[in-house]
Ligand binder design. Structure first.
Ligand SMILES: Nc1ncnc2c1ncn2[C@@H]1O[C@H](COP(=O)(O)OP(=O)(O)OP(=O)(O)O)[C@@H](O)[C@H]1O
Length: 253
C-alpha cells in the first residue's frame, strides 16, 4: 500500500462545510506538513481522512481501495494517528502505552514477539524516552507525553502516519529531533507522514511537500514550488511578518 488519495472530499461539521472538493494524493517516502492558521480545519481534515469524523461527501482511498471497505483491524495496520487531546489512562507506563501500538499485530493473548520488543525498544531510543519507560504517564512533562504518543504511532508500523501538531510542547532541540525522526521514517522506513504544525520555519526546511489551508483555498505541492509561487509571501495578513524565500524563514519586522 503506497498511495493515500482523496476524491472530491468535503470536510466539516453538521451543515457547515469547511473545505469542499479536496483532491490530493500523498505517497510513501514523502514527509508532508499541513499548515494553516488556528481554526482553519487542519484537525478536521486529519480526523476525517483517519475515519474518525464523517466526511461531508467524497471518498478516500488507499491505493485503489475505499477506506470504508477496510475492517477496523485492517485499517489499524495501514494508518496510525496521534491527535492533540488523546484520552488515555494516565496510570499506564510509557512502555505500556507504546506497546499498545503493536495491538493490531498481537493475538488475543496480547503476547509480544522478540521482534515486537526490539521495535518498541528501538523506537523508545529514537524518541529519547527509553529512560522513562517505566514512568507513569501522569508523571511526564507535556513534551515527554507527546513523544510517547508519537512512539506509539511509530510502533504501530503503518505505511501512513497522521499526526496533529506533534511538535507542540516540545523545546527547539526536541522539535528538531522530531522533524528529523519523521524525515528518517519517510526516507529509511518508507513511511508516508502527514502532520499539522505551526512550526512554519522547520516545516519549510524539512518537509518534502506542504499542504496549506488558507482563505478557503487548498494548496498542495512540493515545498520549493509553493515557495516560488509566492504562497508564503502572503501567509500572514500583516506587514509585521515577511517571508524570506532564500532562507525559507519568516522574519518579524
Ligand atoms: N466538533 C465540532 N463541531 C463543530 N465545529 C467544530 C468542531 N470541532 C471544530 N470545529 C470548528 O471547525 C473549525 C476547524 O477546526 P479545527 O480544529 O479543524 O482547526 P485547526 O486548523 O486544527 O486549528 P488549530 O490550529 O487551532 O488547532 C473551527 O472553526 C472549529 O471551531
Amino acid at each position: 500500500m503506497t498511495v493515500f488519495r482523496t476524491e472530491n472530499l468535503s470536510i466539516g461539521y453538521k451543515d457547515k462545510i469547511l473545505f469542499g472538493d479536496l483532491n490530493f494524493e500523498i505517497k510513501t517516502g514523502i514527509l508532508t506538513s499541513l499548515l494553516g492558521s488556528n481554526g482553519i480545519g487542519k484537525s478536521t481534515l486529519l480526523k476525517t481522512i483517519s475515519g474518525l469524523l464523517d466526511k461531508k461527501s467524497g471518498a478516500v482511498f488507499i491505493d485503489d481501495k475505499n477506506i470504508d471497505a477496510f475492517s477496523i483491524a485492517e485499517f489499524a495496520k495501514l494508518v496510525s494517528v496521534v491527535l492533540t487531546h488523546e484520552n488515555v489512562n494516565k496510570d499506564l507506563t510509557v512502555y505500556e502505552l507504546v506497546k499498545l501500538g503493536r495491538q493490531p499485530y498481537t493475538n488475543w493473548l496480547d503476547k509480544l514477539t522478540e521482534a515486537d520488543e526490539n521495535l518498541i525498544n528501538a523506537t523508545l531510543e529514537d524518541c529519547e524516552i527509553i529512560s522513562l519507560k517505566d514512568r507513569k504517564l501522569s508523571q511526564l512533562s507535556d513534551g515527554q507525553l507527546q513523544r510517547t504518543f508519537i512512539a506509539r504511532a511509530v510502533v504501530q508500523d503503518t505505511p501512513f502516519i497522521f499526526l496533529d501538531e506533534p511538535s507542540t510542547h516540545l523545546d527547539l532541540y526536541h522539535k528538531v529531533k522530531l522533524f528529523k525522526l519523521l524525515k528518517k521514517l519517510c526516507v529509511v522506513n518508507n513511511k508516508c507522514i502527514l502532520f499539522s504544525t505551526h512550526d512554519l520555519d522547520l516545516a519549510l526546511q524539512l518537509s518534502d511537500e506542504i499542504m496549506l489551508l488558507k482563505d478557503e483555498k487548498f494548496y498542495h505541492n512540493i515545498t520549493k514550488n509553493l515557495i516560488n509561487e509566492g504562497v508564503f509571501d502572503r501567509f500572514f495578513d500583516t506587514d509585521d511578518i515577511v517571508f524570506d524565500r532564500e532562507r525559507k524563514q519568516f522574519v518579524v519586522l
